[in-house]
Design a protein around this ligand. Sequence first.
Ligand SMILES: *[C@@H]1O[C@H](CO)[C@@H](O)[C@H](O)[C@H]1NC(C)=O
Length: 453
Amino acid sequence: MARLLIALGVLLILQIASSNKLVCHMTNWAQYRPSIAKFTADNIDPFLCTHVIYALATINSFNQISPIEWNDEQQFSRLNSLRNVNPALKTLLSVGGTVNGLSPFIAMVAKPESRAAFIRSAISYLRTHNFDGLNLAWEYPGHNGSPLVDRERFTLLVTELSKAFEDDAKDNRKTQLLLSANVAALRPTIDKAYEVNKIAAHLDFINVMTYDFHGHWEAATGHNSPLYRSSVDSGSHLYHNINASISHWLSLGAPSEKLLLGFPTYGRTYRLSSGATDLGAPANGPADAGPYTRTAGFWAFYEICDFTTSATVGWISEQEVPYATYGSSWLGYDDQRSYSSKVQWMTATNLGGAHVWTLDMDDFGGYFCSSGPYPLVNHLRMSMGFAPKPTTTPAPTTTRDPIAEFCHGRPDGLYENAADKTTYFQCFKGNTYLHRCQPGLIYWDSCKCCNWP
Ligand SMILES: *[C@@H]1O[C@H](CO)[C@@H](O)[C@H](O)[C@H]1NC(C)=O
């Protein structure tokens, strides 16, 4: 009975939270960035996002899901142990990328038996490593393959996956695995890749990649992730913005509450080729690579913080996003102000929430921007109206102080709160978190759980 009540309570919480998702991606290549930019699952704040997506796994020649990095499985366990700290956190494994320049999805979706092999392997792998779900990151169905054929095959894959997830949950009496996808933002790509209403019915949420709208591959400066079109746009560029992209998804029948708006924690750079420095100025290639991300064409937000201290910063008011120039370098990026504009637009459009690409490009350690750890994602969380995160000094409580000191010198784990048995302490990395049992239940140290008095 107690278990049932707890389960109901959890369901209720999930129900409320489902209208407000903050999904954050992390990448397994961020561990190779130098010095203080090195990022692993240990750098994740367990209370920052509602979901964390681990990118990236691949598909092997036997059509099985498989890891890429030598330490992926070690990182899975670090990531999924964060749910001991925040039981509401959901984690998903993302599969995608390319093998010899081609998406591994192309061969896998081609035959019913190879799809079945992939689906079997995915369920078993996700369960073994304690993930809550799978994220499909095929960029894109119909690109390099056969457009209309792969569009239909992607629908088949999504439909079969969701059916198999349903069966797995029933057969094993477990919570059903979540299914999501990263999807294109540009109209011609969307039209080639997706049968929108068919896939939307089977996906729990859809991460629209509303960034990379413009970049150094173009001969004039443009913004990475503008909210609206600008007056220098013409032709197909009229649709290279968030408003046009999400409108297209909605017009094709995607339910707004399943669409998540993509928030980049990076900007895109250009090398200016004349004296002009505004939007649409002539350019020929990217600015220098950042010292930490070491790839010409984009800078992580922490690199941007360094750049903007000496650069001239401007605001593109038509598009509600900032840009910055210094010498011949031009940067279109996002900051707290543009995030706020986008959240406002997202709320007015009734979207299901936000997804962030990526945690590891925000100033996750707070070393660069003088605004504490995760200045962008924390701002996003706050703008979306989430309750404050549990902190070392808990919100109103009947327990006596000094609670914040409780975990100093104690090993990670759960502890009874002698002053109030309806609550309990959790120690994690020296921080104290105070949790409350479901109404009517008290904490029992014997099972490290809440149960009837
Ligand atoms: C946003 O998109 C809608 C639908 O395509 C369009 O009617 C509207 O003019 C756009 N708004 C702006 C400011 O571009």
